[in-house]
Ligand binder design. Structure first.
Ligand code: GMT
Length: 380
């Protein structure tokens, strides 16, 4: 199949999922065209089956806001015609489903019919998408998609509750590629980060408010009161300065390492003892899954789809959003006993295996096939 993938190219989970999916599809012989404003961060190597087309939005004095959707939909039309692309797969509804719909309409005028699969990822529904300024257009473009998928049952439920959707929504969870983890790292550089007797706690995100960064710092402070430990903060975003201020205020700045954006999160997770994810909202929690496949148990909030990934008392613990006290207790309980920690590490790994790409990729391929088939029937 010739598939166009539209996504955010940044460090966020939706971009990671879209990129890894595209790479895997290309490895299986599909021709994949990434169409976005910058080369996706995880798209390191371009192969013969992978193409990347950049969407540029030139500055113009009259524009207060640059019309990205317009440029994206034009690019989609041009690339579909040039490469004979058969299907559009847009990740994150805003504004991709809207731009995809416009592209479809323009192509239709020219006698080219192409189905669009929209994957809902999280805040495109639960935070931004439901905002009254966007809701009408988001609702419309989801309904105009030929197939809609969501990354968890929880996100599907939220979508049906918040919007007026008259399309079936298929749940296709996030995935990891187990093959990448078979050879455990021989260059595990734990000693660069912590003393042997210190536990390592890790948080990875784009440091937005929804991640509740102050809770991460407070939980770590409570752990530190009970045992020697280090906190690795991976990522960049608006709440970073606040996190640093809090560490300063609590006098723990020397125990917290801010590592910035990293393409080597597996190297960091392979020596982490616990992953913290106290998010306000989390449709799935790809970062938690990436921790688990690296044998790192998770203490998280119970927001959104986290309970579909992190299993209470097995792969970690889930507490109500904002309940720093319980999350700290759970973290200490896990970290204070070597045997217990080891057991949770193994269980976290076993659970993560369920989300192997081998199991998930065929679900996307089936969705593509059904989109193409039902679309062809509609055109008859
Ligand atoms: O929706 C977002 O906040 C952005 C998005 C991203 O690009 O990081 O994250 C969402 O999509 C991920 C991949 O499907 C999920 O694993 C994350 O849980 C989800 N984030 C939220 O729901 C906050």
């Amino acid at each position: 199949m010739k598939i166009a993938i539209v996504c955010y190219p940044t460090f966020g989970g939706s971009g990671v999922v879209a990129t890894e999916l595209g790479i895997a599809l290309a490895e299986r012989g599909h021709e994949v065209h990434f169409i976005t404003y910058q080369q996706p961060v995880r798209l390191a190597l371009l192969s013969t089956n992978i193409h990347y087309h950049e969407v540029s939005v030139p500055e113009y004095a009259l524009f207060h806001y640059q019309p990205y959707e317009l440029a994206l939909s034009s690019k989609l039309v041009d690339m579909v015609k040039l490469y004979g692309i058969e299907l559009l797969h847009v990740h994150y509804a805003i504004p991709h489903a809207y731009a995809g719909y416009m592209a479809k309409q323009m192509l239709k005028e020219q006698g080219i019919h192409i189905p669009m699969v929209t994957t809902l990822h999280g805040t495109d529904i639960t935070l931004v998408g439901k905002h009254p300024f966007y809701k009408t257009a988001v609702n419309f473009s989801i309904n105009q998609s030929d197939v809609v998928t969501s990354v968890s049952q929880s996100l599907k439920d939220d979508t049906l509750e918040l919007f007026d959707i008259h399309k079936p929504i298929s749940v296709i969870p996030n995935f990891i590629e187990i093959d990448h983890y078979h050879s455990s790292y021989t260059d595990c550089q734990r000693s660069l980060m912590a003393e042997d007797h210190e536990r390592i706690l890790t948080h990875i995100s784009n440091f937005r408010k929804v991640k509740r960064i102050p809770d991460v710092i407070s939980i770590f402070k409570n752990v530190l009161d009970k045992m020697p430990a280090k906190l690795l903060m991976v990522g960049e975003g608006p709440e970073r300065a606040l996190a640093e201020e809090l560490c300063m205020k609590y006098g723990i700045l020397d125990k917290v390492l801010f590592l910035g954006k990293s393409n080597e999160i597996d190297k960091i997770l392979c020596f982490s003892d616990l992953f913290l994810l106290p998010s306000q909202a989390e449709s799935f929690g790809l970062a938690a899954l990436e921790a688990m496949i690296n044998r790192t148990p998770v203490v998280s909030s119970n927001a959104g789809g986290l309970s579909e990934v992190n299993i209470e008392g097995e792969t970690g613990f889930l507490c109500p959003v904002g309940d720093v006290h319980s999350m700290s207790d759970r973290a200490i309980y896990l970290l204070e006993d070597d045997k217990r920690l080891e057991k949770f590490k193994e269980q976290a790994y076993k659970r993560a295996v369920y989300f192997d790409l081998e199991n998930i990729l065929p679900l996307y391929e089936a969705v593509y096939r059904s989109a193409l088939e039902s679309f062809k029937l509609e055109q008859v």
